[in-house]
Design a protein around this ligand. Structure first.
Ligand code: PEP
Ligand code: MG
Length: 920
């Protein structure tokens, strides 16, 4: 397979489908040249395979000959030679990876100039100034990019030349000074490299190509790929192209054009151009550009030609294209095209519009393929307006949206400030349930520690509140925090962007999230496509959250974390009393208080989700999240002293202290040592459900046991639940409340059915899923814990400290707390599904870890044959879209319980059947 392809090479398939090989820019240049026959300056592409070979073992031997041949062909086509002293051909050497990485890699322009050819260029163009200006740009660019000389050495001289000439613009520097600059620049090169500036075009070309290859692994490019989730091993292609000049005269110019508006999606051309200018001038914003429509007056013929090219591009790519073009002495050249980037709002409008447009005729499936989760997020959440904000610190974008507020460093201060009417950003090292009132009061949350499934992240996401977590550069002290030399005091303004994890000092303008009409249309199409394949539920813990989830299209609740019901300030002490109780009576009293509180909460949730399944997970508090902080109490004891109650709590907290609470007394284990706990919760739930039934509602209840690892555990937990269900039914029957309340077993339709299932959160549970399924009606994969326990990565610690190093060094392709690890954790999910369903073919299986809202993970779950995914309410639309995309990609081919049920109509029917009815 050769490494080098001319733009007009006859490929066996459309070049635009060969981005792997040719890179995005190269593929589109070839498409425009060889398929569309548009006026493109000729050139050739060095494939990404050459860059990969270069990264592996240096410059590939055969590449030298191939480049020389391609160069000779290019020179023949152009009738000019690179480096020719009388009429030189100049070329650009540009990077072009498969995925666009704007500005992240290097480009060398005006290549081919040397001390002789610059004179030839001056003669040919009859413009000495133009020739020397091009040469001084080339020497500086080559020096900086290829030879690694600091750019400011060249800049300082240019500034000095401008001062000498009494001008502020580059264009005001006279030719004499430009000649002097070229000379001085060459001396800089010689001083740095110990060699004269290379005059040989072959050497120049090889140097530029190598520099572009090397820029693939430059720090900017690596950081960009980590952020954009682009694989590090793709490599970049390199495009060598004949240069055309928009800065020759007033019959020349350059511009950027979109075939429709990339911000709004409105039809009609959009863009900017500049007369007598080079491409960089448009992008750099040095001169004021004119709108594309002004071309009509100044270059009417070119305007017409450009519009007809736009129409052809749209019809050909069946999408909005963005282009760069140059007019050289009255002739139009297309320098680049690609399917254009767009805002979320524009993406939605274009996708829906293009379904109805005759020239494009997208199918609904294709329209769905044009929308990404980020597009939906943009219209759902507020965003920073504009770009280029100076970033103070970076962390993980844990909960999308932008928030602006004054900094407060404790939950109490945050709450008090919010009560005074201030907008607040709560900044903490990390959060715990003790901070929840401050989190609620805040517009946004920023933490120095913690990962994507830490307390702050999970809670903020559930509420749709912007959060940046794990911003490790923050040093928090009393009354202020600092990042490097910058100190931010309590009361100062900051802005946080929870979509990309950035923190900016001061107040950034924010554009409101607003869903256009096309949002609903796209999601309706998504629902049609995924119906019968993959359901979408929400993780919600309160009535308002459940109602919100339903508004976003959730088809039930896949996870109600009952411990979250106790996050409110007045409830936390009750949970603590229950955990720390030292006598049966104390425990009973605490349980009773919990029951009363929970019953009301359950009623609200069941009402909000009436007719849809609600999975209630019994208490799973990792104890460190619920116990008072022993350090705080120790300090208080030493300073102010403790109250009796506090002393008692302190003693108990010390006694319950665990070195590894995430692997400690949590989940079903807590139930085992506090046997009354789960019975109390089930009683509260059943009372709420039976009450709703009696009032004419249609509650569908699923009870879920957390952290089960064996059949024995599950059997024991199941016996508590069935016992409590039975007791509640009998109690209701005696008081005459509820319907169908005489049996704990799932009953025929019309009665209140209860499914009892478990989370699968540990490798053992996944491996022994066959045993556990004997006692479980359903599974829900808790991929937060499953990831933590499969990798042995603490979900609270590893992301801030080591994840970026792992991602940058390619040790991990993705943060596994963000995108489920398809090989390890994914394998356990697949095993769990297979073994669970081997025991119980009708087993309903979902996922409720944070991955349930991540599009890539959703595809993995769909392939594993899951029935539904469950995610935070604000991610439900994204999950609906991703589920449809997974169906369209054929990812739901695996046998799912929904399909099995149609074959094997065996017991238990329960809520699974009801879900199908209600959800579709
Ligand atoms: C999980 O572990 O994936 C899960 C959903 O439970 P939690 O995050 O509450 O531990
Ligand atoms: Mg868990």
């Amino acid at each position: 397979m050769p490494f080098v392809f001319d733009f007009d090479h006859a490929h066996r398939k459309p070049p635009m489908e060969m981005k792997d090989l040719l890179g995005g820019k190269g593929a589109n240049l070839a498409e425009m040249t060889s398929v569309l026959k548009l006026p493109v300056p000729p050139g050739f592409t060095i494939a990404a395979t050459a860059c990969r070979a270069y990264m592996e073992s240096g410059w590939p031997e055969t590449l030298t000959g191939e480049v020389a041949k391609a160069r000779a062909r290019l020179e023949r086509t152009m009738g000019k030679r690179i480096g020719d002293p009388s009429d030189p051909l100049l070329v650009s050497v540009r990077s072009g990876a498969k995925f666009s990485m704007p500005g992240m890699m290097d480009t060398v322009l005006n290549l081919g100039l040397n001390d002789q050819s610059v004179e030839g260029l001056a003669k040919q163009t009859d413009d000495e100034r133009f020739a020397y200006d091009s040469y001084r740009r080339f020497v500086a660019m080559y020096g900086r990019i290829v030879l690694g000389i600091p750019g400011d050495e060249f800049d300082t001289l240019l500034e000095a030349a401008k001062e000498l000439a009494g001008t502020t613009s580059d264009a005001g520097v006279p030719v004499e000074l430009l000649r002097y600059l070229v000379d001085a620049y060459q001396q800089i090169v010689e001083r740095h490299t110990g060699r004269p500036f290379p005059q040989d075009p072959d050497e120049q070309l090889r140097g530029a190509i190598e520099a572009v290859f090397a820029s693939w692994n430059g720090p900017r490019a690596v950081a960009y790929r980590v952020r954009e989730r682009i694989a590090h091993d793709l490599g970049t292609a390199v495009n060598v192209q004949a240069m055309v000049f928009g800065n020759r005269d007033d019959a020349s110019g350059t511009g950027v054009g979109f075939t429709r508006d990339p911000a709004t999606g409105a039809t009609g051309e959009y863009g900017d151009f500049l007369v007598n200018a080079q491409g960089e001038d448009v992008v750099a914003g040095i001169r004021n550009t004119e709108p594309l429509s002004a071309l009509k007056d100044e270059f009417p013929k070119i305007h017409k030609e450009l519009l007809s090219i736009f129409a052809r591009l749209e019809a050909h790519y069946r999408d909005m294209c963005d282009t760069e073009f140059t007019i050289e002495q009255g002739k139009l050249w297309m320098l680049q095209t690609r399917v254009g980037k767009r805002t979320g709002r524009a993406a939605l409008k274009m996708a829906v519009d293009m379904v109805g447009e005759r020239a494009i005729k997208l199918t609904k499936a294709e329209a769905l393929g044009r929308i990404t989760g980020e597009h939906l997020e943009q219209v759902l959440h507020p965003q920073f307006a504009g770009t280029g904000h100076r970033v103070l610190a970076r962390g993980l974008g844990a909960s999308p949206g932008a928030a602006v507020g004054r900094v407060y460093l404790t939950a109490d201060d945050a709450q008090a400030a919010a009560e005074r009417g201030e907008r607040v950003v709560l900044v903490r090292s990390e959060t715990s349930p003790e901070d929840v009132h401050g989190m609620l009061a805040a517009e946004g949350i920023l933490t120095a520690r913690g990962g994507l499934v830490s307390h702050a992240a999970v809670v903020a996401r559930g509420w749709g509140k912007p959060a940046v977590v794990g911003a490790e550069s923050l040093r928090i002290s009393a009354g202020s925090f600092s990042v490097g030399d910058t100190v931010v005091n309590e009361g100062d303004w900051i802005s946080v962007d929870g979509t990309n994890g950035t923190v900016v000092l001061g107040q950034v303008a924010v554009s409101e999230g607003e869903t256009p009409p096309e949002f609903g249309i796209i999601l309706e199409w998504a629902d049609e496509i995924r119906a019968g394949h993959l359901g979408v539920r929400a993780n919600a813990d309160t009535g308002p959250d459940a109602a919100n989830a339903r508004r976003h299209g959730a088809e039930g609740i896949g996870l109600c974390r009952t411990e979250h019901m106790f996050l409110a300030e007045d409830r936390l002490p009750v949970v603590r009393r229950m955990i720390l109780a030292s006598t049966p009576q104390e425990e009973e009293e605490a349980l009773e208080a919990l029951r009363v509180a929970q019953r009301a909460d359950f009623e609200e949730i069941l009402e909000a989700m009436d007719g849809l399944p609600v999975t209630i997970r019994l208490l799973d508090p990792p104890l460190h999240e619920f116990l008072p902080d022993t350090q705080d109490l120790a300090i208080k004891e030493a300073t102010e002293g403790l109250t009796d109650e506090e002393s008692r709590l302190f003693e108990a907290a010390k006694a319950w202290h665990e070195f590894n609470p995430m692997l400690g007394t949590r989940g079903v284990r807590l139930g085992v040592i506090k046997p009354g706990l789960y019975a109390m919760q089930v009683r509260a739930l059943m009372e709420a459900a039976l009450g709703r039934s009696a009032a004419g509602g249609h509650p569908i209840v699923e009870i879920m046991i957390p952290l089960t690892v064996s059949r024995e555990e599950m059997a024991l937990a199941r016996s508590w639940v069935t016992g409590a269900v039975e007791a509640a039914r009998q109690a209701a029957a005696t008081t005459g409340r509820g319907s169908g309340a005489s049996s704990a077993k799932p009953k025929a339709s019309g009665s209140l059915e209860v499914l009892i299932g478990t989370m699968i959160e540990t490798p053992r549970a996944a491996l022994r899923a066959g045993d556990i399924a004997e006692e479980a009606d359903f599974f829900s994969f808790g991929t937060n814990d499953l990831t933590q326990m499969t990798f042995g990565f603490s979900r609270d610690d590893v992301e801030g400290r080591m994840m970026s190093a792992y991602l940058e060094q390619g040790l991990l392709k993705r943060n596994p707390f963000e995108v489920v690890d398809p090989d390890g954790v994914g394998e356990l999910v697949r095993i769990g599904v297979e073994r669970g369903r081997a025991t119980r073919p009708t087993l309903k299986i979902g996922v409720c870890g944070e991955h349930g809202g991540d599009p890539e993970s959703i595809a993995t779950f769909a392939r594993a044959g899951l029935d539904y995914v469950s995610c935070s309410p604000f991610r439900v639309p994204i999950a609906r879209l991703a589920a449809a995309q997974a169906v369209l990609a054929g990812d739901t081919g695996a046998r799912s319980a929904a399909k099995a049920r149609t074959k094997a109509k065996s017991k238990p029917t329960g809520a699974a059947g009801s879900r199908s009815k209600a959800a579709r």
